[in-house]
Design a protein around this ligand. Structure first.
Ligand code: CMC
Length: 391
């Protein structure tokens, strides 16, 4: 059995080898398959990045077109599947419905339940990428008591997702700047090596669980407020500060007094001990997206003020706490018309390519073993059972 190392949260334990994403947390560097996140955010798009992450190389023009066409052909969901979503109470949290819906997908597409070979793996990849935005849009429709619209692949992938999700909220199509901003946010979320949800997907998948059920476990992990739930928590925090007359200083004081239990949501990261490169891109995008939407938001001013206070405060500086990707994303989603409860589902749409790529990589790595950590036992030593009457 040998010596077991106690490493809570796997701070120092690598559970896999991976060629997908490189992070240098001290320098604030993030690359997918070697390509800097700044270049991908500026010039690529969600489907191209999905291809890159899953297959390792950027597609040629013909390869990209074939992939895009195939994904667009599968964005619709079965009529019964819509009913499955509708059967949930309207008040259910969207993440609960979404994880159930993703678990249910292989029930509707039994040919992918056993992801057995290259073709099945490719089909499972396409089905998940294609149907996830539709599921998320329909869940939003359902929780708002609105009709689910039919997909229209002619619109393009991200554009049609925004239409399915928000048409009734806005009553008009979004302009290209807004569609581009959404696409960019999805690219920024696409992978982040062994974060909690991805490690969960690998852990579940290591039992040779199929891609759908592994990813659905990742969705559950993402829903936690310390992970994907943080973007929702940031908005709640900013609203709280707004309602307290915009007093960011006393909120920061409360956070520093640890007994309050409050954290500055959207700040800090296990790996980044420098500015999260994604946060820098989102901050810039927030400014221009809000302008394109004509939605100047006082919460953006509060967020920027909060960031300024924190970055010059010794508490945050000495602990190397910087804004992470979640700090500004919610402001853009809110300006687009998404309710706060949909922020984490949007993160899930973004992270889907990473979950898929990591699952696929794991399944093809001959060194993969079933995830089975050891423990340090701290319970009682051997003792004799006492029958109920004698206790
Ligand atoms: N506000 C105030 N103090 C903080 C914060 C924060 N947001 N984050 C960390 N600290 C303090 C913490 O109290 C501790 O102080 P001390 O050394 O005096 O005990 C120190 O900084 C180290 O914190 P930690 O909790 O040991 O760090 P971790 O690596 O275990 O946690 C984290 C990382 C992201 C969970 C944490 O920074 C946090 O809770 N942040 C707020 C939630 C958030 O924004 N999460 C989104 C993460 S990025 C996207 C994603 O993964 O979904």
């Amino acid at each position: 059995t040998g010596l077991v190392t106690y490493d809570p949260g796997f701070m120092n334990t690598a559970n896999c080898r991976s060629e997908i994403t490189y992070i240098d947390g001290d320098a604030g560097i993030l690359r997918y398959r070697g390509y800097p996140i700044e270049q991908l955010a500026a010039s690529s798009n969600y489907l191209e990045v999905s291809y890159l992450l899953a297959k390792g190389e950027l597609p040629s023009k013909a390869e990209f077109e074939a992939f895009e066409t195939r994904v667009l052909r599968h964005t619709h969901v079965h009529e019964d599947f819509r009913r499955l979503i509708s059967s949930f109470p309207r008040t259910a949290h969207p993440m609960a419905i979404i994880s159930s819906a993703v678990s249910a997908l292989p029930g509707f597409y039994p040919e992918v339940f056993a992801v057995a070979g290259e073709d099945e793996e490719e089909l499972a990849t396409v089905l998940l990428l294609a149907k996830m935005p539709t599921i998320v849009a329909y869940v939003l429709r359902h929780t708002q008591g609105q009709r689910m619209l039919d997909v229209d692949p002619e619109n393009g992938f991200v554009d049609d997702f925004l239409r399915l999700a928000l048409h009734q909220v806005r009553g008009e199509q979004f302009g290209p700047e807004v569609v581009a901003a959404m696409d960019k946010l999805l690219v920024l979320h696409a992978d982040h090596e062994q974060n909690c949800s991805t490690a969960t997907v690998r852990s579940v998948g290591s039992a040779h669980t199929n891609l759908f059920l592994s990813v659905s476990a990742g969705i559950n992990a993402l829903s936690g407020p310390l992970h994907g739930g943080a973007n929702e928590a940031v908005l709640t925090m900013l609203e709280e500060i707004r309602d307290d007359h915009g007093d960011a200083k006393s909120f920061v004081a409360k956070v520093k007094d640890k007994s309050s239990g409050a954290r500055l949501m959207g700040f800090g990261h296990r790996v980044y001990k420098n500015y999260d490169p994604r946060a820098a891109i989102v901050k810039e995008a927030a400014d221009s997206a809000l302008e394109a939407l004509g939605a100047r938001d006082e919460l953006l001013d509060i967020a920027m003020g909060l960031e300024e206070i924190a970055l010059s405060d010794d508490y945050f500086v000495s602990r190397k706490l910087y804004p992470n990707v979640d700090f500004y994303t919610g402001l853009i989603y809110r300006a687009m018309g998404f309710p706060t409860s949909m922020f984490t589902p949007l993160f899930a749409v973004g992270r889907m390519p990473g979950w898929i790529a990591q699952w696929r990589e794991m399944m093809h790595d001959p060194t993969t073993k079933i995830a089975r950590p050891r423990q340090v036992y701290t319970g009682p030593g051997e003792r004799d059972f006492v029958s109920l009457d004698a206790r």
